[in-house]
Write a protein that binds this ligand. Structure first.
Ligand code: PLP
Length: 386
């Protein structure tokens, strides 16, 4: 059976060019980057070249890039260190963040280390910008705003530049989770004005186990992992040299081919929307997902006009790998926080959310396979309700 992969927001296939680059390092450079002899210096040079390259691409200083193992570690380090070391006692965030942000903030709240305010979410999945403006006027507590750049479930884009400005004017720190947008947009962190951001290589056709965090110069974050003092003291542990090299290569490829990829993926997204609307009467889209400019172009969150708790299995049987949001281990679909935030119970009982996420490799044939399968599932529901 032909397999169709439409879950690129979960992870992407590593590019062969990245594998080659990493294999070359694995075979030829094994020194410990902390060693002062030539083997160590060779490994260290690769890390620093990668750092310089990534920093240049983001228009920041190499000293502002710290390599980590993943997006989760980057976000945890930033948020926890802001509270532990930068005197933050108030965090403004939302219920729609990635679990790694939600859970680290919940832990801080549970320990009584900071007051946490979760912004209202509008029906379209956007944050309430006006509420944020009002909240920031109160400067009695050192505040961190943590808002993701693109939502990983419905794709809504946050106006990061606007929020940065707002935070700067109100003496507030701003962290944005850019795991779904680094390498998908040509981001200039300096121009965006954010204090902290994060990246994960496996979301951009790089290796798993490599990522970085951006921290604006002189932000004085401190280590969560202590030891040998690697990553200028922020993240001890012998560096994942080939992972870092792979991350840098994947980032290069993503940005070098960005225009071409964006054009292809936008066409695929538009095609998917059109085909769905033709094939399934009543189909809708969650949040701002159908808007190519106000949402992440590589993701489409579909709202099927019927409830089907087993749709994940049905798609699996047809060879289609797709994400529905979260599912509990019994296999029964569980309503995600995002869906339960933007819909009421009644609305949820009449729909099924599906997250389709594309890459430069997604073809119209992949989409046709999806649409044909969904058409059959929709017809079955129509018959049941007739
Ligand atoms: N933040 C967002 C928005 C994500 O989509 C993900 C991964 O799904 C993460 C953070 C976590 O990244 P990682 O898988 O590298 O830990």
């Amino acid at each position: 059976m032909q397999r169709v992969y439409l879950d690129n927001a979960a992870t992407t296939a590593i590019r062969p060019e990245v594998v080659d680059e990493m294999a070359n390092v694995m075979k030829n450079v094994f020194g410990n980057p902390s060693s002062t002899h030539v083997f160590g210096r060779e490994a260290k040079a690769l890390i620093e070249l990668s750092r310089k390259n990534i920093a240049q691409r983001l228009n920041v200083s190499p000293a502002e890039i710290y390599f980590t193992s993943c997006g989760t570690e980057s976000n945890n380090t930033i948020i926890r260190s802001c509270v532990n070391d930068l005197d933050v006692t108030r965090i403004i965030t939302t219920d729609l963040e990635h679990k790694c942000v939600i859970e680290s903030i919940k832990d801080i709240e549970y320990r009584g280390k900071a007051e946490v305010i979760r912004l209202n979410i509008l029906k379209n999945g956007n944050i309430d910008y006006q509420q944020l403006e009002e909240l920031l006027k109160d400067q009695s507590k050192k505040t961190l705003v943590s808002l993701m750049h693109a939502n990983n479930e419905i794709g809504n884009l946050t106006d990061v530049k606007y929020i940065s400005k707002l935070c700067q004017e109100n003496n507030t720190l701003f962290h944005t989770d850019t795991v779904q947008t680094v390498g998908h947009y040509d981001l200039d962190f300096q121009d965006l004005g954010v204090d902290f951001a994060s990246c994960s290589a496996h979301k951009i056709h790089g290796p798993k186990g490599a990522g970085f965090l951006y921290a604006k110069k002189a932000s004085h974050l401190k280590a969560l992992i202590s030891g040998g003092g690697q990553e200028r003291g922020l993240r001890s542990g012998t560096e994942n040299v080939y992972g870092i090299v792979g991350l840098s290569k994947a980032f290069d490829l993503a940005l070098d081919e960005l225009d071409e990829h964006v054009q292809h993926i936008k066409e695929i997204k538009q095609y998917t929307i059109q085909q769905l609307q033709d094939a399934i009467p009543g189909v809708g889209f969650n949040g701002l997902s159908a808007d190519l400019y106000k949402s992440l172009y590589a993701l489409l969150s579909i709202k099927l006009p019927f409830h089907d708790a087993l749709i994940g299995f049905e798609l699996e049987l047809a060879g289609i790998a797709i994400s529905q949001g979260s599912a509990c281990s019994s296999g029964a679909a569980k309503v995600s926080t995002v869906m339960s935030t933007i819909y009421n119970e009644d609305e949820i009982s009449q729909m099924t959310p599906l997250r389709v996420s594309f890459s430069y490799e997604t073809s119209k044939e992949d989409i046709d396979t999806l649409i044909n399968t969904l058409k059959k599932i929709a017809a079955k529901h129509q018959l049941q309700n007739a």
